[in-house]
Design a binder for this molecule. Structure first.
Ligand code: ADP
Length: 248
């Protein structure tokens, strides 16, 4: 049943929290290169699904396959990160006393040590990579600023840059535009599209205006499984979706 270009395949997933089934019988598939939005009412299981994909939560049943053959349920969180799945949580995890560039450097090298020696050991290729991602997240002019002095939106972009610089194959983002100003939100949507030229992304999003503006394909979750899937237009016209969101 393997499909060419399929990056993630989930079959009959169940997640049990002390007898409560947060995910029940969920099937989900994602192709390489997709920018997929996950929506659905509070408690639908969206965050839990991301938690399963990054190994933070272990399912009680079901298959979670990455690149057709890697069974993610058999791996720990740090191994899954090394396999190429990057997860951004809502709370930022940047080093506020370091500069933007130093944050990127630490994330790229993934080692501790004296910053000065890390900088000295950086190869031309790595410098180019840092420049490339600095440009992508729009922070070139702030590369020497302390991360703590950035705006809320800029901190989020830096964190996305820190994930990107590790070049994951799949990026998992939980409400990337939460708490942002309108113009930051707009830039975040544009950033997602830029990233999706190279990486596959799953975005959990509550802000429906944001989803309408930037989503191509949407998966609607409800009570721990997939309710429907399609373009925003298609899911908006779906009777089941109207029922769940509006109680009709
Ligand atoms: P969503 O992200 O769609 O709002 P979640 O995945 O956060 O939904 O949660 C799905 C359900 O699982 C909710 O009812 C939530 O209360 C429950 N849940 C999530 N995490 C835990 C946990 N660690 N322990 C117990 N229940 C949890």
């Amino acid at each position: 049943k393997e499909t060419a270009g399929e990056l993630v395949r989930i079959e009959q997933l169940e997640v049990d929290f002390d007898g409560f089934k947060a995910i029940r019988g969920l099937d989900f598939s994602l192709s390489s290169g997709e920018l997929r939005f996950l929506i659905g009412p509070n408690g639908a299981g969206k965050t839990t699904l991301l938690d399963v994909l990054c190994g933070k939560v272990k399912p009680s049943k079901g298959k979670v396959l990455f690149r057709n053959h890697v069974d993610l349920t058999k791996h720990q969180e740090h191994q899954i990160a090394q396999l190429g799945i990057g997860r951004k949580f809502q709370a930022p995890s940047i080093f506020v006393t370091l500069t933007v560039l130093e944050n990127l450097l630490l994330s790229m090298r993934q080692k501790r040590g004296l910053l000065s020696s890390l900088i000295a050991q950086t190869t031309v290729e790595q410098r180019e990579r840092m420049k490339y991602y600095l440009h992508m997240i729009g922070l070139e002019k702030k590369s020497k600023d302390k991360a703590g002095s950035l705006s809320h939106g800029e901190k989020q972009w830096l964190e996305i840059g820190m994930l990107l610089i590790q070049q994951p194959e799949l990026l998992l983002l939980d409400e990337p535009a939460a708490g942002m100003t309108d113009s930051e939100t707009e830039k975040t949507g544009e950033l997602l599209h830029k990233i999706s030229d190279q990486q596959t992304i799953i975005v959990v999003e509550h802000d429906m205006d944001f989803v309408r503006q930037f989503a191509k394909t949407v998966t609607v979750m409800h009570e721990g499984s997939v309710l429907c899937e399609g373009t925003m237009q298609e899911v908006q016209n779906d009777d089941k979706v109207a029922e769940v969101y509006l109680g009709r």
